[in-house]
Ligand binder design. Structure first.
Ligand code: UDP
Length: 382
């Protein structure tokens, strides 16, 4: 039995919790915090000013001020690390450093070089939930250092995500995997199973180039099916460009909705379409769709392709191929929606995610400064 622990969560700085700017990280963080609190653990969340969640008790979120860093997705790989001052990221970690002795474990939810770099300077162990694949040389180097110096401190969400890191591929080839795997889960009681779809397609996510919404618009034109679009409008110019490029596509954009409303609309649709242009680390929306009984059609790329069982809970098709998406849409009748729900229940419950997280935390807390791996404690230069 795991004893209750005291967790200090350091949220992503890209936007306040509840804004949608943080993508799946926001739902994962809030769900996990709520679930841990219910199990008797203590959780405090350091998060950008303006963060809110009806699911966490008053005072659980401590607001921190400052300018957010740029999105890692929109930067070059070799982009120098830079911050606008006052830096939200620096302020989050300063607060974490001040409070660390009140906690058993600090949990980093951000994908920023500074968050990884600071691991060496904390007395309380810092565990990292790495939310994206490899995008930055600086982050890769910091992760490699943590993997070497503090084995077991890095969690990823999927095999595909892990494979994007060159240092991890090299270690795996030598028989060592530097990552702990933490697939995400949702509170299934908050998703209603809908036995039949209404013929429309659905696309859910941040509206940003790496999400590939243009392929779904092309699919809408090709099939004549309307597409319901839900999510945070991160890149308005990109959205405008899609609307101009696909004028005949019936795209019904409803904005970023709370989970309760989002799942109600999503559940009525015949399929969720996922068209990522990057290696999606996980793709929480795939699990949310399955929880409603909605089959998922996705490219064979990244986390969603690991979640969907081809021909059973949806279709996994050749990446960037709109004709293949259209063929899959024609075969939606072959998918039994109750299998979709069942698959989510068996593999992606919040309960299962919480247990995986607690088992991981327990390992770290029990053995906070593990011996450096073979080869000695090599000097790192940043
Ligand atoms: N989401 C939401 N309301 C919406 C659309 C999306 O709450 O109207 C949430 C969704 O529940 C998921 C997140 O936005 O938690 C998208 O996460 P995903 O992992 O799919 O992609 P990311 O943005 O992290 O790359």
């Amino acid at each position: 039995m795991t004893r209750p622990y005291r967790f200090l969560f350091v949220s992503t700085p890209v936007g306040p919790l509840g804004s949608g700017a943080g993508g799946g990280v926001e739902l994962n963080l809030v769900n996990l915090a709520r679930s841990l609190l219910e199990k008797g653990s203590q959780v405090r969340v350091l998060a950008p000013e303006g963060s809110r969640s009806a699911d966490l008790p008053e005072g659980a979120i401590e607001p921190v001020a400052g300018f957010p860093p740029a999105y890692a997705q929109s930067q070059r790989r070799d982009q120098p690390v830079c911050f606008s001052i006052p830096s939200l990221l620096a302020n989050l970690w300063q607060r974490a450093a001040q409070q660390q002795d009140q906690f058993d474990l600090v949990v980093n939810w951000s994908y920023d070089w500074l968050s990884f770099y600071l691991t060496d300077f904390f007395r309380t162990p810092v565990a990292h939930i790495v939310s994206m694949g490899s995008l930055s040389d600086a982050v890769d180097q910091a992760l490699e250092h943590i993997a070497h110096r503090y084995p077991g401190r890095l969690a990823v969400h999927s095999r595909a995500q892990a494979q994007t890191f060159a240092f991890a591929r090299a270690q795996m080839a030598a028989g060592r995997d530097p990552f702990v795997y933490l697939p995400c889960g949702v509170d299934l009681s908050r998703y209603d199973f809908v036995p039949e779809g209404n013929g429309s397609l659905c696309w859910v996510g941040r509206i940003a180039p790496e999400k590939g919404l243009e392929d779904c618009a092309a699919l809408a034109e090709k099939t004549g099916r309307p597409v319901l679009i839900l999510g945070h409008l991160q890149d308005p110019a990109y959205w405008q460009q899609i609307r101009e490029q696909y004028p005949r596509a019936q795209l019904d954009y409803r904005g970023f909705l709370p989970t309760s409303q989002m799942q109600r609309l999503l559940g009525q649709c015949s399929a969720l379409i996922m068209t990522p242009k990057w290696v999606e680390a996980f793709g929480l929306v795939a699990v949310e769709a399955l929880a409603c009984g909605v089959p998922v059609i996705t490219y064979r790329r990244g986390g969603p392709a690991e979640i969907v069982r081809d021909g059973e809970t949806g279709w996994v098709v050749e990446p960037d191929n709109v004709a293949a998406l259209a063929r899959a849409v024609e075969h939606l009748d072959c998918i039994d929606r109750s299998h979709c729900r069942q698959h989510a229940e068996e593999h992606y419950s919040l309960q299962a995610m919480t247990e995986r997280f607690l088992a991981w935390s327990e390992q770290i807390v029990r053995d906070p400064i593990p011996a450096a791996r073979e080869g000695g404690d090599r000097q790192w230069y940043y």
